[in-house]
Design a protein around this ligand. Sequence first.
Ligand code: ADP
Ligand code: MG
Length: 207
Amino acid sequence: MASKIYQCIETIGNRIIEQKEFLTELDREIGDADHGINMARGFTEVLAVLPKDSDNIGEVLKKTGMTLLSKVGGASGPLYGTAYMQAGKVLAGKTSLSPEDGKAVFEAVIAGIQKRGKAVKGEKTMLDAIIPAYEAYTAALDGGAPAGDALDAMCKAAEEGVEFTKTIIATKGRASYLGDRSIGHQDPGATSATYTLECIRDFVKSI
Ligand code: ADP
Ligand code: MG
């Protein structure tokens, strides 16, 4: 039987692949119409090469990151590749996860994306979904909420973050070439990041 970590990555990969055209359309409006194509290609390869039965969470995430790094072009390949590799590093040696592990993963993922891409919140990138999601997740857990509620708060904040990207100017990545013409369009990377978080929430709640 496929391990839980494989099933989780499979859920994410299938969602990204299923949303390939929509993500590409979003990138057509403010980029070069390849975000969905890039991400779907990467996850197709990830699902082909990952060991299905390994429950070594760190190893599986690391391999996911390395595969995305080598197979996905553009800005998103190195950024998502780094995110999964950082998550793998934090979870090295683990075979099960706690809500606190989730916080540590978020922190390493955000630091890794920022180290590579030099973006901060408010530049119309994937970080406009990921950072508010982290803040909401952490605030909920720190306030004593059960893990399921913290995951719901995380997704709600990511979805609001995607909406927020419609209202701001892109100052990083290809969309920044458009200047204020990028206003009115939602960021493709923030959208794929939100799908990822929703899949993680749904998967964790299902087990
Ligand atoms: P490219 O822009 O090279 O064609 P993609 O289309 O696959 O790559 O990905 C575009 C997405 O990458 C954007 O929607 C944005 O969310 C994200 N992105 C671009 N540059 C950065 C950055 N410096 N930091 C964080 N995310 C970024
Ligand atoms: Mg693109």
